[in-house]
Design a protein around this ligand. Structure first.
Ligand code: CO
Length: 295
């Protein structure tokens, strides 16, 4: 798969979405004590349907990440881990194993259930990355688990005339198809690096929920500044055909994420996300009785 894709086409946005709300992530810890920032928290799940969670981790103190994420279960959704810097080993009960390194993506569809571990393979240096949770439609929540690693060099990417570098993790941008596509939720997941003063336009279907997260520098969207480590939730408006993002006097990096809402009930208990409490009870019983680890 080519890494630099020529022929990226322009995206024309005539009316940009506005920023509806700026969100500051909440410091927390998860796994066996990994410090992270929960950017998309549970109260935002309805507003940002089909996305359930976004965690940002960025630690240069090994004590904050060495304990990792030992064996734990998931059911009913997909996890997308994007490693900016660092090394993490994944193993799961479906027999998948992979090493996540600088710039790589791991896409895991938990479906009816996996037990997995995500453990650092570094004892020093910076570990930085993101984990996004993407919901599955009710009809797919008990599907077979699926897993795929994409090395940095396998991720489709392009550079715009403005010098904006874009990695297309999911969906399509400027005519370039991403590493993963999903019919029900049509996720768009871009990592966008803007030089100082650059502008980036992305078309978006008006009904899709969308947000960005700035992890370096600062950007502006329709006159609203979005500072480093802030999430901007974009308003849905019928006349808005996309979003236009501008960097200021310094370069900026951000994740741009959008998807089609499922509009189904969400019942979450920790790492299980189903539609009803009965389905959560069934997940707990299946986990307790060892029915997750079957291959
Ligand atoms: Co996990």
């Amino acid at each position: 798969m080519p890494t630099e894709l020529p022929g990226a086409s322009d995206e024309h946005v005539t009316h940009s979405r506005a920023v509806e709300r700026l969100v500051t992530g909440q410091p927390t810890s998860d796994g066996a004590g990994v410090k992270l920032t929960r950017v998309l928290t549970q109260p935002l799940q309805r507003r940002l349907d089909p996305f359930l969670m976004l965690d940002a981790f960025g630690n240069d103190n090994p004590d904050d990440y060495l304990a990792g994420f030992p064996d734990h279960p998931h059911r009913g959704f997909e996890t997308v881990t994007y490693m900016i810097a660092g090394r993490m080993r994944h193993r799961d009960s479906a027999g998948h194993e992979g090493l996540l390194e600088n710039g790589s993506v791991q896409w895991m569809t938990a479906g009816r259930g996996v037990i997995h571990s995500e453990m650092p393979e570094q004892e020093e240096g910076v570990m930085e990355g993101f984990q996004l949770w993407l919901n599955l439609p009710a009809r797919d929540k008990l599907c077979e688990p699926w897993y795929r690693d994409f090395a940095a060099a396998e991720l489709p990417r392009f550079t715009t005339a403005d010098g904006v570098e874009v990695r297309v993790i999911a969906g399509a941008s400027h005519g370039i198809a991403g590493a993963v596509s999903r019919d029900a939720t049509a996720p768009l997941y871009l990592d966008v690096h803007l030089p100082a003063g650059a502008r980036f336009a992305q078309t978006l279907p008006p009904a899709h929920n969308a947000f960005l997260y700035v992890y370096r520098g600062e950007v502006a969207v329709a006159g609203t500044a979005v500072a480093e480590q802030r999430m901007a939730i974009f308003a849905n408006a019928p006349q808005a055909d996309g979003v236009v993002i501008e960097a200021g006097a310094a370069p900026a990096r951000m994740l741009l994420i959008a998807g089609r809402p499922l509009n189904e009930p969400i019942a979450q208990y920790g790492p299980f996300v189903m539609n009803t409490q009965d389905e959560i009870d069934a997940a707990l019983a299946d986990y307790r009785d060892g029915r997750f680890a079957a291959r």
